[in-house]
Design a protein around this ligand. Sequence first.
Ligand code: WTA
Length: 637
Amino acid sequence: MSYPYQIHSIEDYHAAYQKSVETPESFWADIASHFTWHQQWDEVLNWNFYDPKIEWFKGGKLNITENCLDRWVEKQPHTPAIIWESNDPHTPSRTLTYQELFEEVCRFAHVLTQNGAKRGDRICIYMPMVPELAIAVLACARIGAIHSVVFGGFSAQSIADRIQDAQCNLVVTADGAYRGNKTIPLKSVIDEALLTCPSVQKVIVLTRTNTPVSMMKDRDCWWEDEMKKISAQGNLPFKAAIMDAEDMLFILYTSGSTGKPKGVVHTCAGYMVWANYTFVNVFQYKPGQVHFCTADIGWITGHSYIVYGPLSAGATTLMFEGIPTWPDAGRFWEIADKHQVDILYTAPTAIRSLMSFGTEPLQGKKLDSLKTLGTVGEPINEEAWHWYDENIGRKNCPIVDTWWQTETGGVMISNLAGITPSKPSFATLPLPGIQPILVDEKGSLVEGNEVSGNLCIRFPWPGMLRTTFGDHERCRTTYFSTYENLYFTGDGCLRDKDGDYRITGRVDDVLNVSGHRIGTAEVENAINRHTGVVESAVVGYPHDIKGQGMYAYVIFNGIHVNEEQTRKDICETVANIIGAIAKPDKIQFVSGLPKTRSGKIMRRILRKIAEGAVDNLGDTTTLLDPLVVEEIKSNKL
Ligand code: WTA
C-alpha cells in the first residue's frame, strides 16, 4: 500500500505544483477523494481574503477520527498506531495498535458524553505526553467537540485565560506530569485556574504521577474510574459524530504582537487533508516506518505530526514523554535505536542544545534505522544543520527544514525528503498549493534574483486558519489587513536565484525562544504586574542555544534590597502569569526607555543594544530624551 498522491520524483513535484496553481480545485478534490466521507462536498473552495472567508469542501460530511482510526482498523488492526516512550528510560514503553487505539478512543468518547460533553462544546486538555493525551484529543473529535490543548508548561493564569476565551465546559487533565527529574502538579494548577472559570462543569483526571490531589465533589472524577464504568456497560464502539467539513475541529492558542494570545481555529476536512498530504510528502513516509516527532502535543507541531498527520496516514507515531537531556543527552538517540525510528523531527534548539554535549552521548548509538531528519519551529543555523547531518544522519539522511505556523496547520515551505534538494538554512520550495510572495513595507511585490521581503501567501490552502475564536475581526486585522488580498505570515524571508526560500525570522513583535512563540507585549504585561515595576520593554537577542533570548529593560521604583533578587522575583511573576517558558534571560534596570516624542518605544534601538551593536544605533535625535540611550548603553548586561 502507498499513497496515491505521494510525490515520487522532482518531476512529480513540479507537475503537482503546477496543477495545484492552475487548477487548485480539481487538484485538491482528487486528493480529498482518497479519504472517508459520509457525503461529498458541494463545493471544493469558496473564499475571499477580505472578510476573510475560507471554506474548503463545504457540505462534505465526515469525521476525522474515521480517517485516523476506523479505516485503518479495517485494513491493519494490528499495526502499531502509537508507540509511547516514558520519561523514565526504565519504565517499559507501550504500544497501542490501531485496534487498541480505536477502542480506547471510543471508550473515552463515551466517558465524555456521559459526563455531559456534547458536539460543539469546547474541551480544554492539559496533560502530560502520554497516550491518553492523544486519546482525549481524538475522543473530542469523535464526539464533535472542539479541543483546546494547552501546553503543560503554561501557568494557571494562562490556562484560565484560554478556558474563559473559549468558554470550555470540561477539562481533561492528570494529577501530574514527569519532565526529566521534575514532577509538575498539573491538577493543582488546574484547580487554581478554575477558581476563575465558572463555565467548567467537569474535570476528568488521569493518574500519572500519584501526586496527591484534591478532588472536588460533583466536579472532578478519575479517568480510570470513568473508563471502568464504560467497560462495565459493555465497551460499545462509539458512532462518530458526522461533521460538516467546515465545523471546528480545534482551537489552539498562540501568541501574537498584541497582549492576549489568540485562539487559532482549524476546521475538520481542510485541516485533515492538509496534515495528511504534508506528512506523506514532506517526510516521504512509507508504510511500516516509525515516525518520531519530538514536539509536545500542546503545540501545533504535535497536533499535526504526532496525532492527525501520521494517524490519518495509518502510520506509526512515536510519542515521548520526557526531555532530550534526561537522564542524559543521549536520550533521543537511545530512543531512535530502541524503536528503530525511521523519521526524526525536532527543533533546532534541541539540536543546538544536544550539540553542546559533544559526541560523547552518541557513543554506542547505531542510528542506522534513521532515513529522514526534519527540523521545525525556527531558523536552523548552518553549524547545527551540519552537525545534525554528520552526527545523526551520518550524511545519509535528507534533512527537511519545514517552515510553517500554527495558523497554517501544516508545512508550507520545505524540501521533500530525498525528492527535492536541501540547502542548509533554507526551507527551500513551497509545497503544492502554496503560493508564497515577498512584498516590501508598502505591499509591492518584490521580484528579482536574490531578494528579501515580508512573506505573504496569495491563495488559500486547505489547512489555513479560518478565524480566531470569538473574534473574527481580530483574524482579519492580524493576518489579512496588512496587505490587501494576502495572508501575511509575520515572517521576513529571502528568496535566492534558485527560487529557494530562507526564513529570516519574525518582523513583528513576536519572539521565537527555543522554538516557542512568545509575544513581547504579553511578557511586558506580565512584568508590569510585578510590584514596583513602572514600565518595561522586551526585545529578542541572538542566543546560542535558544535561537533567541529575551532581554527585558525594566523601570523599577520599588525598593532594591538586592538587584539580583528583584530579577528573580520578576521572573517568578512572569512564570506565574504566563509560564516558565516566558521568563526573560536578562533584565536590565533602567531609569527611562527611549521613546519618540509621541511616546512610542523605539524598539529598534533597544534591540540593537541587546544584540551588542551599541555603536550603530542609527538616528536617535528624534528621541524625547536621547540621554537615556547613553545610560542604557553603559549599563548593558
Ligand atoms: C518560525 C511552528 C524558520 C516562524 C510550526 C513562524 C520557522 C513561527 C520555521 C511559527 C523554519 C517555524 N525556519 N522559522 N523551518 N518553522 N518558524 O506557530 O517565525 O509555533 O512564523 O508554529 O516559527 O511558530 P508556531
